[in-house]
Ligand binder design. Structure first.
Ligand SMILES: [Zn+2]
Length: 105
């Protein structure tokens, strides 16, 4: 368990830069925006950067709890789906490393 609220970056995947924010006994895994490295949030026009309000890829608005195994599995699957088969071993390794880092954050 960590009481730190520091953002720790995990991995650059097919969508963007994934990071983890420790919170209480768990942690929130979500993307940082390419413009400000801030979190993204929903708005009337879609998903925007929380810092500068520019519209970003709506997938950057996704997030899940570090303890949510099912969310990790579906994230890994989406990433594999976006990559050629020749990259799958590398992606699987990065998915596992990101999950371990997030869970221990
Ligand atoms: Zn921004």
């Amino acid at each position: 368990m960590s009481t730190s609220t520091e953002v720790q970056t995990l991995v650059l995947d097919h969508v963007g830069l994934l990071a983890v924010y420790p919170i209480n006994d768990d942690a929130i895994v979500s993307y940082l925006t390419p413009c400000c490295r801030a979190s993204a949030k929903g708005s009337g026009d879609g998903v925007v950067c929380r810092a500068c309000y520019v519209t970003v890829d709506e997938r950057l608005g996704m997030g899940w709890m570090a303890s949510d195994d099912e969310a990790w599995r579906s994230w890994g699957k989406r990433w594999l789906d976006a990559e050629p088969i020749s990259n799958w071993a590398m992606v699987a390794k990065m998915v596992g490393a990101a999950k371990r880092a997030a869970v221990s954050a």
